[in-house]
Design a protein around this ligand. Structure first.
Ligand code: A2P
Length: 342
């Protein structure tokens, strides 16, 4: 069967990763169209031994497409995702524009694949920090019902996009040349620093990134009683987000039980042998598809608590891979069609 797909934002950090993953997983597309802004129209992107020529995104880009994977920022998604859906092209959107719309499924295939069946043309891919956390939380929730989560993140600059990767690179170089860099992408220097500030500040003094983790977790897990509080921090790492996660459950889960539960969880690998200095780290998670969990300990300050350290490649499981996995489930369940567009 013919399956024509588009990658919107193909020149970006996530878009390039999507092309790699489509190739690596042999996604059965008959044609792949690379779309971006007029700035990069005509540019060539490597794909399957050859290349794709980038086309400028416009209202007509979707007329000959069945499926589009968007990663070109919130405003592009807000404008173009409904245009795509109305022309019969199913959208998997990586921006935050549609995630909390009650009509839009927000999906992590290991957690809530069944939510895909109610899509109306747009499916949202969750926030990178949320995705890697929920693949680990879901099996613990099923085993002991999670009451509360306290999470602190250590997020890589690639989550901000191509410009931020370049900014960290050039700042490190400048500092080794005794120059103080002028920050551009971030409000302060990111080289050799940590910024407790991701996305914009809201009225409650949390950042939007922190509130995304709260609201998206409840929506994906289908349980609004889960209480969650987050502190999200940008660190000078190129690829791979890390998270310190404290979980309180209704029913006791021992650390030994958690290790067994998590070693059987789809998409998760336990790396937890402190004596051998084995634990997850971004340098090992980069380029990998699994979410790694280690430092599994009982929280000795409460009766039913666990501490976990979770690491994944933010561009892969946190973005591009999750989007492609959603597309694979859509294909598998014959859901690549729009009957009643948003
Ligand atoms: P372009 O390279 O032409 O600017 P990143 O997250 O790495 O910054 O990448 C953002 C992606 O979104 C890029 O592919 C970028 O294309 C694309 N993009 C940004 N704004 C638009 C727009 N208005 N229309 C189409 N693509 C856009």
């Amino acid at each position: 069967r013919e399956l024509r797909i588009g990658v919107v934002g193909a020149t970006g950090a996530v878009g390039r990763e999507i092309l790699k993953i489509l190739e690596q997983r042999e996604f059965p597309a008959t044609t792949v169209k690379a779309l971006a802004s007029s700035r990069s129209a005509g540019q060539e992107l490597p794909f399957k031994g050859g290349h794709l020529v980038v086309e400028e995104l416009d209202e007509n880009s979707f007329n000959d497409l069945d499926l589009a994977l968007f990663s070109a920022g919130g405003s592009t998604s807000e404008k173009f995702a409904p245009i795509a859906a109305r022309s019969g092209c199913v959208v998997v959107d990586n921006s935050s524009a549609w995630r909390m719309d009650p009509e839009v499924p927000l999906v992590v295939p290991e957690v809530n694949p069944d939510d895909l069946s109610r899509h109306r043309g747009i499916i949202a891919n969750p926030n990178c920090s949320t995705i890697q956390m929920v693949v680990v939380l879901k099996p613990l929730h099923d085993a002991g019902k999670i009451k509360r989560v306290v999470v602190s993140t250590y997020q890589a600059v690639s989550g901000t996009g191509q410009k931020a990767i370049k900014e960290l690179e050039s700042q490190v170089r400048q500092m080794f040349n005794m120059q103080e860099p002028e920050p551009e992408v971030y409000p302060h220097r990111i080289a050799f620093n940590c910024l407790p500030h991701i996305d914009v500040f809201l009225d409650n003094d949390y950042t939007k990134e922190e509130m995304k983790m709260v609201l998206e977790t409840q929506k994906i897990m289908g349980d609004e009683t889960i209480r969650l509080t987050a502190t999200t921090v940008r660190v000078p790492v190129f690829y791979g987000h890390s998270e310190s996660v404290n979980v309180e459950t209704e029913k006791k889960i021992t650390s030994a039980e958690a290790r067994v539960i998590l070693s059987q969880a789809p998409g998760v690998q336990v790396l937890d042998n402190p004596r051998e200095k084995i634990y997850p780290m971004p340098i090992h998670a980069a380029g990998e598809d699994l979410t790694f969990v280690g430092r599994i300990r009982e929280d000795e300050s409460i009766p039913n608590g666990l501490n976990l350290w979770i690491v994944a490649d933010n561009l892969r499981k946190g973005a591009a891979l999750n989007a492609v996995q959603i597309a694979e489930v859509l294909l598998d369940r014959d859901l690549i069609r729009v009957d009643d567009a948003l």
